[in-house]
Write a protein that binds this ligand. Structure first.
Ligand code: GLN
Length: 491
C-alpha cells in the first residue's frame, strides 16, 4: 500500500484522495515511513511535524468523507525550505543565529499551501541564509544526495530536493537567488522551477538578495511543479514587488500543460556548452534533438554579456545580503552572545559567534562593494552589467520561445570537494545566475544520467511571466522520456 502511494505524483495522489481511494493519513504515514528509513542517512530535515501532520490529514479525510470541499492539495504531504516563516516550528535559515527563532506569522507561500490543504510535514535544510550551492554551508547539519550518499544534493535548497528525491514528501518549496532550486533539482533528478521575479510573494521569505530571491517548487515531474505554482503564484499586497493580476495574470498552469507548443523555437548559445562536463553536454544536446524530432526549430544565438553574470551577481547579491543581514545584531532576533560586556560587543560577538564563515565572507564583500569610494566602481558597475545581461535575454526572446542549456556544468559533486575553494563553488552556478539577474523564469528537468548513474538537468529559460509556456515545453520532453521516473538505488 505504502509503495503504491509513494509511486504517485502529487496530481495523482490529490485525485485519489479526493475520490476517497486513498486517505491523506495513509499518505502522511507513507512519507514518515520513508523518513524513518532514510532520514538518518540523508539529513534533509531541520524539523518534522508528525503529530500535527497526522491530525491535519485526519481533518481533511473527514471533510472528504462528509462530502465537504477541500483545497487543491487535498492532504498531499509537502515540505518547505527552512527560510520561510512558519508559526509552527522554528525558522532557522540553517543558521545558529536563528536556531531558536520562532516566527509570529506565516510566509504568504506557506499560508497559500495551508489554504490549499497541503500538509506541511517538515522544514528542510539549506545553506546558511541560502548562501551556497551544496548545502554544506548549513550551520546546523549535513544533507546527502539520495542518488549517492557520498555526494552533495546541491544547494542552497538541498534539503527540499533530497526530501522529494527520497520519497520523504511529494513536493517541496525552495528559494532561488542564483540557482538554488534549479541546481539541486538537477543534482537530485527532479523538476525545479524558479518563477519570474514578482510572480510569487516573498513576504515571509527571509531575505538574502531581495532583488533576486524567488520562491518556487520542486516536483517529481513538471505537472507537480505546475500544481504547486497554481497555489503559490499571485499578487500579495504585503510584497510590493509581487506583480498584480492586471500586469500579468496567473494562469491555471496545470490545465494546459499537456498542450504542445506549436512552432516551438529554441535558442541555444553554442559557446556556453564549452565549459560543461562532456557527459552533461551530450545529454543536453540529445534533449535538444528530441525537441527537433517533435518539430522544434533551433536557432543559434550569442549572449555576449552572459559570461559576466557571476561577477555581477557576487557584487549585487553580497551587497544586498550585507544590508539584509544587518538586522541580526544580537538584539532583535535570535542568538545573543553571553560574553558581551557592552552594546558594541553584543553586536560584534553575537555575529562573530553565530554566523558561519561563508555568510561572514559575503557580508564583508557586500559591505566593501557598497562603501563610499567603491560604490561606483563595484556596485553601480554591477548594476549596469545587470542591465546588459537583461538585454541579452530580451534579444533572445525576440526571436525564440525559450533558451536551452545545461542547469549545471557537472553532476552532483563529492561532499567536501569544493568547500576549500569558494570560487569553485560559485562556478557551479554559471548557468543559473544570469536568469535571476534578468528576473525571468526557468526550470530544470532531468534529461539523462552520467556514467555513475547521477542525474543531469536540462535548463529551459522563458521570457517574463511565461511560466505556462515553460511548463508546456518541459512536458513535451517528459512525454518522450522516462528520466523523471527513475529513482535512486537506495529506495
Ligand atoms: N549559489 C548561489 C549563492 O550562493 C545561489 C544561492 C541561491 O540561489 N540561494 O549565492
Amino acid at each position: 500500500m505504502s509503495n503504491d502511494i509513494l509511486n504517485l505524483n502529487c496530481v495523482q495522489l490529490r485525485d485519489k484522495i479526493g475520490k476517497g481511494e486513498i486517505k491523506s493519513v495513509d499518505a502522511v504515514n507513507a512519507v514518515f515511513g520513508q523518513i524513518e528509513k532514510f532520514e538518518n542517512k540523508i539529513g534533509a530535515f531541520l524539523s518534522l511535524f508528525k503529530e500535527q501532520s497526522l491530525s491535519r490529514a485526519a481533518e481533511i479525510d473527514g471533510k472528504i468523507k462528509n462530502g465537504q470541499a477541500v483545497g487543491a492539495f487535498a492532504g498531499v504531504p509537502v515540505a518547505v525550505k527552512d527560510n520561510m516563516c512558519t508559526t509552527f516550528g522554528a525558522t532557522t535559515c540553517g543558521s545558529k543565529m536563528l536556531e531558536k527563532f520562532y516566527s509570529p506569522y506565516n510566509a504568504t507561500a506557506i499560508e497559500n499551501l495551508l489554504a490549499a490543504d497541503a500538509v506541511i510535514i517538515g522544514k528542510t535544510n539549506l545553506d546558511e541564509f541560502a548562501m551556497g550551492s551544496s548545502t554544506e554551508n548549513s550551520g546546523l547539519k549535513k544533507t546527502f544526495n539520495p542518488w549517492d550518499l557520498s555526494r552533495v544534493p546541491g544547494g542552497s535548497s538541498g534539503g527540499s530536493a533530497a526530501a522529494v528525491a527520497a520519497g520523504m514528501c511529494f513536493a517541496s518549496l525552495g528559494s532561488d537567488t542564483g540557482g538554488s532550486i534549479r541546481q539541486p533539482a538537477s543534482f537530485c533528478g527532479l523538476a525545479g522551477l524558479k518563477p519570474t521575479y514578482g510572480r510569487v510573494s516573498r513576504y515571509g521569505l527571509v531575505a538574502y538578495g531581495s532583488s533576486l530571491d524567488q520562491i518556487g517548487p520542486f516536483g517529481k515531474d513538471v505537472s507537480d511543479c505546475a500544481m504547486m505554482l497554481n497555489v503559490i503564484a499571485g499578487h500579495d499586497e504585503r510584497d510590493s514587488t509581487s506583480v498584480d493580476e492586471k500586469t500579468a495574470a496567473v494562469n491555471d498552469y496545470l490545465a494546459n500543460i499537456g498542450k504542445p507548443v506549436e512552432g516551438l523555437k529554441i535558442a541555444v548559445v553554442p559557446e556556453l556548452f564549452e565549459g560543461a562536463n562532456p557527459e552533461v553536454v551530450c545529454a543536453v544536446k540529445n534533449a535538444i534533438e528530441i525537441y527537433k524530432k517533435l518539430g522544434a526549430e533551433v536557432v543559434e544565438i550569442k549572449m555576449p554579456y552572459f559570461e559576466y553574470s557571476i561577477a555581477a551577481y557576487y557584487l549585487i547579491a553580497t551587497a544586498e545580503a550585507s544590508s539584509n543581514l544587518a538586522r541580526y545584531d544580537g538584539v532583535h532576533y535570535g542568538y545573543r552572545s553571553k560574553n558581551a560586556n557592552d552594546y558594541i560587543e553584543v553586536y560584534a560577538k553575537s555575529r562573530a559567534e553565530a554566523l558561519g564563515s561563508e555568510v561572514k565572507r559575503r557580508i564583508m564583500l557586500g559591505t566593501y562593494a557598497l562603501s563610499s569610494g567603491y560604490y561606483d566602481a563595484y556596485y553601480l558597475k554591477a548594476l549596469k552589467v545587470r542591465n546588459l545581461i537583461r538585454s541579452d535575454f530580451t534579444a533572445a526572446f525576440g526571436n525564440a520561445d525559450c533558451i536551452m542549456m545545461p542547469t549545471s556544468p557537472t553532476t552532483a559533486f563529492k561532499v567536501g570537494e569544493k568547500t576549500a575553494d569558494p570560487l569553485e563553488m560559485y562556478l557551479s552556478d554559471v548557468y543559473t545566475i544570469a536568469v535571476n539577474l534578468a528576473g525571468v523564469p526557468a526550470i530544470s528537468i532531468p534529461c539523462g544520467f552520467d556514467g555513475q548513474n547521477l542525474p543531469i538537468g536540462l535548463q529551459i529559460i522563458a521570457s517574463t511571466f511565461e511560466e505556462e509556456k515553460l511548463l508546456r515545453i518541459s512536458k513535451m520532453f517528459e512525454n518522450q522520456t522516462d528520466y523523471h521516473k527513475r529513482k535512486p538505488r537506495i529506495l
